[in-house]
Design a protein around this ligand. Structure first.
Ligand SMILES: CC(C)(COP(=O)(O)OP(=O)(O)OC[C@H]1O[C@@H](n2cnc3c(N)ncnc32)[C@H](O)[C@@H]1OP(=O)(O)O)[C@@H](O)C(=O)NCCC(=O)NCCS
Length: 179
């Protein structure tokens, strides 16, 4: 299901996105901000395998920039737990020239609203690295707050660094106050 905001559209990932995904994941500035999966070789086939995989515990979207229609990244909800009614949200956007334009904040709000309204989630959580202040700021603007701190959690350029757990809740006024 497409979800349209003012800056970005979330849509189903398509096989034709695979070359762009592989290109973006090969940019060191992008890769260094991501988890272990992005630090090994990442080919068009890796992207295709991800796009074609059916995993009922996840909902994934490609992010398109509405201004020029370009594919600029991926966002998704994973570990959907319909008993405890929570899930994890994640994102990457590239190339770096696309950062700091409000796309990440809006994609976060759209995916989080989907989790509350369409999936009935009570809480959406994420992990953010202390080394990426732009990410924490974007997530705070989308209603997430830090709930926990994990020292020595993430390997970053030669040393262990801290991560933070953040969460947003269904009854946040930003998301309609739980209605
Ligand atoms: C993290 C990411 C999703 C954020 O999306 P984005 O579109 O760049 O962010 P936005 O433009 O929506 O918001 C960025 C905010 O951070 C602020 N910011 C930028 N650099 C900052 C810094 N060094 N310290 C604090 N805030 C900063 C911006 O000013 C903006 O806040 P404002 O609107 O109040 O001015 C995106 O940058 C990205 O995909 N980065 C690479 C992958 C990644 O880091 N993924 C997340 C891993 S946890």
């Amino acid at each position: 299901m497409d979800i349209c905001g003012e800056l970005v559209k979330l849509r189903a990932p398509l096989p034709e996105d695979a070359p762009f995904m592989a290109d973006l994941i090969s940019i060191p500035e992008v890769t260094r901000t991501l988890d272990a999966w992005a630090h090994g070789p990442y080919s068009i086939q890796h992207a295709l395998d991800w796009i074609n995989r059916h995993d009922p515990s996840q909902v994934n979207w490609a992010i398109d920039c509405l201004e020029d229609g370009a594919f600029i990244g991926v966002t998704g909800l994973r570990d959907l737990d319909f008993r405890d009614r929570n899930c994890e949200w994640g994102i990457w956007i590239g190339p770096p020239s696309r950062w700091n334009r409000g796309y990440g904040t809006e994609a976060c709000r759209l995916a989080t609203a989907f989790a509350f309204r369409e999936l009935g989630m009570e809480k959406v959580y994420l992990k953010v690295y202390e080394t990426i202040p732009v990410a924490r700021r974007a997530y705070e603007k989308a209603g997430y707050r830090v709930e926990g701190t994990l020292p020595r959690d993430h390997w970053w350029e030669g040393g262990f660094t801290t991560s933070h757990l953040m969460a947003a809740y269904r009854d946040d006024p930003m998301y309609g106050g739980g209605r």
